[in-house]
Each structure stands twice: as C-alpha cells, then as structure tokens.
Design a protein around this ligand. Structure first.
Ligand code: PLP
Length: 401
C-alpha cells in the first residue's frame, strides 16, 4: 500500500485566488448575493454546490482552509472553528444527547477535561475517565449508551501514545465514534487513516505555528460535517464557533510550511531529550528508547516527520520547576508561557498551568509529577547551543553536577 503523505496531499491541491492569485482571495463578506431566489433556498437546505449563503455557515476562505486540513487527514471534509475548544465542544455536542455517555482518556488538555468533567453533567452527559494505555479498561468502561471514545494521539502533558487502531475497534464494536485530538502531532499522525472517525485540532498550535491567533478544525466524513452546519440543528451552525476568514487565510499559508517545521521541531526535541537524559534527568519523549510506547508510535506514525516537538522533564518539585523555568527564560532558551507549536521554545509547569483544571489527586493518579516542565521545543538553528544553556541552568541551580 502506498504510504500516506499529508504534505503531498496539501501541496497537490489547486487553490487559486479570484484573479489568478497564487493564494486564494480573502472573502471579506458575511453574506452573499444570489441571482435566483430559488438557488438561495436550495443553498439554505444544503442542496447546492459551490454557493455561499452566510459566513457563520461557510465562507470561501474557510472552505479553502477546511479543504486543505481535510487533505492533510485524508478525510472527505473539514470545518474550521474559532478555537480548538470550539472544535472539541461542537463535535461532542453534535454527537451526544442528554443521557449519553463518553469514555475519555484521563490525560487530556485541561480545558477538555474541565468541559467533560464539569460542564457536560449540566446536560446529563456522563463521562468515564480511563487510562488510555490500558485497552481493557477502555473496553470495560463502555456502556450501552456510550457515544464517544475520546482521546489525544499524544496526550497532554504526559505524552502517552494512544493505540488508535485498537481504540477504533472498541469504538466500532460499541457503535460509538472515536474522536481524536491530534493537536500535538499534525503530519506525524493521520488518525483518520488509523481508524478514527473524527479528528479535532487546536490550530492555535503547530498548524499555524505563530502564536498570533486561536483557531480549531474538525475533520470527518461529509455527512458529519454537513450535520454540524445543518441550519436547523447543526451544533456549529447554531452555537456559531466559526473562524474569521482573515485568520483563516493566514493559517492556510502557514499550513504549507508545516511539514518543514514539524521535521525541525522533532529534530530539536530529540536532541534536547537525548542529551538531558544522558545527564541523568528524567525525560519524557516518545522518540526515546526509555519511552515504553515508542514502538507503538513508530508503528503508527507517518514517515519523515519525527517524534514531534513536545517533551517533558521531571524537576520533582514545583519550586524546582519554577526556578529552572525562570532561569531558562533569563538566559534566552525560550519563554515561560503556556501553549505550544511556536517557533521559539515554550515551557510551563503543567500541574500549575495547562493541567491545573485536573485536581491534585487525579494528577497524582495519572503519574503527573508536580515538578513536570513541559517543553514545546522551537525551531532553533543551533540546538546544541540551546542545550548547553539548559545544561548550565541545571548546573548552576545544583539540580545536576
Ligand atoms: N487540545 C489540546 C491538546 C490543547 O493543548 C489545547 C490548548 O492548549 C486545546 C485543545 C484547546 O485549543 P484552543 O486553545 O485553540 O481552544
């Protein structure tokens, strides 16, 4: 079988601007005219091709980006949202009704965890959290009313690798949808090709790569995307988490360099992870032989893009984590900031920031150390120098000799 190449799928698209522009034109309109009244009615009912009605539903700019993101995943269709949370919540609310049940990995982004844990019970939707690495536990958690199995390909912040093909089998047997957040690993994984039903993204991160906006995406088959934007009961159409077309056109241009950026993020993260581990630091990085799910990742990943830009080190205590992060920022390693996928290195203490929605006892149960420092390794040209600076921070703080 020919290997799936997400970068080729994007670059093969023929998308042009109105006047032959090499980039699609930006549509700066919320509404669109029709020559015939009947065509407007047909468009309202989703019965026309290539017609636009109103930009909360579709706009040409968002259509171009959706087409490119869908190509990257190999799905029939996509829809882009104003944030990653917009993509996640619209997807979940489209599938689940009151009385339904979700099985979710316990290690997800804190905002997702808070939505599942605190918000959904208001609408009588129950969630069972499981350790996604324990497939028996996933199977056992499934009930007759389970509608979604939810996971992240590479979990935040512990970088556990989800066994997508096996989880897809469990979901299929249960008549549920496997929804996968692939925010940490665009290009590296194509979860739909591995059996997921719906892939969601925060495009705020690697896909856009500039930290100048928030955005999200949903990739799935045509029926699901059409149901999301149905004028009568589509969650995306009615809750309105749409992406602004101006932002959309910027993301599309950045998407065309994603494959190069992912390779460099991966090379740099591998270098830092390997060398920190040699210094005796406890490092979590799925490209290391010490990561027990490396073989699983190697089996599932697309060729060429490496093991990703995300890694974590364990400084054991929050105090140590704060000291190291402040020192690294002072010495120019990168920024003490949440988020990821930026061209500069970003680091944060997960337990007290992006995972702070997860109660301390659950963090402990998940195996998340209070001193965990998550890195999104940047695109540094001389990563050996960056590593030497990190090493000098650790030495001067007496964390290593
Ligand atoms: N999914 C993951 C894995 C994330 O890390 C984040 C944000 O940090 C989100 C979803 C939410 O995305 P956004 O901030 O674009 O709403």
């Amino acid at each position: 079988m020919k290997k799936f190449d997400p970068a080729l799928a994007i670059s093969s698209l023929e998308q042009f601007g109105e006047f032959g522009g090499v980039n699609p034109s930006i549509t700066d309109s919320s509404t669109f005219t029709f020559l015939g009244a009947k065509t407007m009615v047909d468009t309202f009912h989703g019965e026309t091709e290539g017609c636009f009605l109103y930009s909360r539903h579709w706009s040409p700019s968002n259509f171009f980006l959706s087409e490119a993101i869908a190509a990257m995943e190999g799905t029939e269709a996509g829809w882009v949202t104003g944030s990653g949370m917009g993509a996640i919540t619209a997807t979940i609310l489209q599938i689940c009704n009151s009385g339904d049940h979700i099985v979710s990995s316990v290690t997800t982004y804190g905002g997702t965890y808070a939505f599942l844990k605190n918000w959904l019970p208001k609408f009588n939707i129950e969630v069972t959290f499981v350790n996604q690495s324990d497939l028996e536990a996933v199977k056992k958690a499934v009930r007759h009313n389970t509608k979604i199995i939810y996971t992240e390909t590479l979990s935040n912040p512990l970088l556990q690798v989800a066994n997508i093909p096996e989880m897809a089998k469990i979901a299929k047997a249960a008549g549920a949808k496997l929804v996968v957040d692939n925010t940490f690993t665009p290009m590296i994984f194509a979860p739909y090709q591995l059996g997921a039903d719906i892939v969601v993204y925060s495009m705020t991160k690697f896909i856009n790569g500039k930290n100048d906006l928030v955005a999200g995406a949903i990739c799935a088959d045509k029926d699901f995307i059409n149901s999301l934007i149905d004028v009568n009961n589509g969650t995306a159409m009615l809750l309105g988490p749409v992406l602004d077309p101006l932002r959309s056109s910027g993301i599309l241009k950045n998407l065309h360099t994603l494959h190069i950026r992912m390779k460099q993020h991966s090379l740099n993260a591998m270098y830092v992870a390997e060398n920190l581990e040699k210094l005796g630091i406890k490092v979590i990085y799925p490209g290391l032989n010490s990561h027990k799910e490396k073989p699983l990742m190697t089996k599932m990943m697309n060729e060429q893009f490496g093991y990703g830009g995300m890694m974590a080190i364990d400084m054991e205590t929050t105090e140590n984590a704060y000291l190291v992060m402040e020192e690294m920022q002072k010495r120019g390693v990168g920024y003490l900031a949440v988020s990821l996928g930026y061209f500069k290195t970003l680091f944060s203490n997960s337990g007290s920031s992006t995972s702070s929605e997860i109660p301390a006892d659950i963090q402990k149960e998940m195996g998340m150390s209070p001193g965990l420092v998550r890195f999104s390794v940047g695109l540094d040209n001389d990563i050996t120098h960056t590593f030497e600076v990190i090493k000098s921070c650790l030495q001067d703080l007496k964390i290593i000799k």
